[in-house]
Design a protein around this ligand. Sequence first.
Ligand SMILES: NC(=O)c1ccc[n+]([C@@H]2O[C@H](COP(=O)([O-])OP(=O)(O)OC[C@H]3O[C@@H](n4cnc5c(N)ncnc54)[C@H](OP(=O)(O)O)[C@@H]3O)[C@@H](O)[C@H]2O)c1
Length: 272
Amino acid sequence: MAKKRFLNKVAIVTGSSRGIGRAIALALAQEGARVVLNGRDEQRLKEVADELKQIEAQVVYFRGDVADADQAKALIAFTIASFNQIDILVNNVGISSRGYVADLHPSVVEQVFKSNVFGTMHPTHYALPQLRQSKGQIVFISSLAGIHGLPGLGPYSASKMALTAFVESLRIEEFQNSIHIGLLQVAMTEIVHNKEVVAADGSKQLLESRQKGKVLTMDQVAQDCLALLERRKYKKTQTLIGKLNSILNRISPVLVERILRANLHKFEANSK
Ligand SMILES: NC(=O)c1ccc[n+]([C@@H]2O[C@H](COP(=O)([O-])OP(=O)(O)OC[C@H]3O[C@@H](n4cnc5c(N)ncnc54)[C@H](OP(=O)(O)O)[C@@H]3O)[C@@H](O)[C@H]2O)c1
């Protein structure tokens, strides 16, 4: 039998009560990690914890909003109290928004930045002392929307670009402490049936389900996250389109802008 890749590592996955976070937590547990789940809904957390226990994983969960500094601090304290160490932090929490900037209620950008930026920076800040001791790892779950700003996704794109800058700073700051810091730029992925985004008026809006086969599976994203962790790699950009976008954007952002303008109709669903 192959050796489990993350045997006895202690991994926190924020936003793991469903979706991509759940898939990453499950994949880490299958590879022997002890997992700390997080989300704001107790029932959903309990269900995922039960699922992981079925494969005999060591799992605990912490109900809390990581965009709140005190709750993020409590998540880290809970992890140390449960397992006495932290090896991996996967910053997965993130919400998206819809609407052109001209139409956005001010609460939209606030909600998106709170979850995606504060909800990532706070757990990172409080986990760093432990991660320095364990020479541990942090992976940030970003998006192709964080390569070049996309129409209808302004706050979301901006929040994911903020993560890139945060990762760049951290990699320099923590280099001497041997902490691995990675960034996964996720492509369009299947979603849970009740996934919500923030609508232009600031209310929650259900997303339409996505056609299987045309988007990545959550497990594909989880496996890329594990590969990044295993190789302690800096960055992975998913899909050929994502990689081309990334390269072209470095050479000529103006050309990327022209391509996006010519394809604006494909983003119309994001306009409201
Ligand atoms: N799905 C895609 O196509 C796609 C593409 C590119 C990037 N991504 C990125 O992948 C990540 C996961 O996306 P997803 O589609 O799996 O999202 P999702 O289905 O909406 O799941 C989000 C998870 O985060 C939790 N959560 C949200 N805000 C939280 C907070 N402030 N504190 C604690 N937990 C919180 C949710 O549980 P509660 O609501 O119960 O708290 C849930 O467990 C995000 O960063 C997203 O930007 C997704």
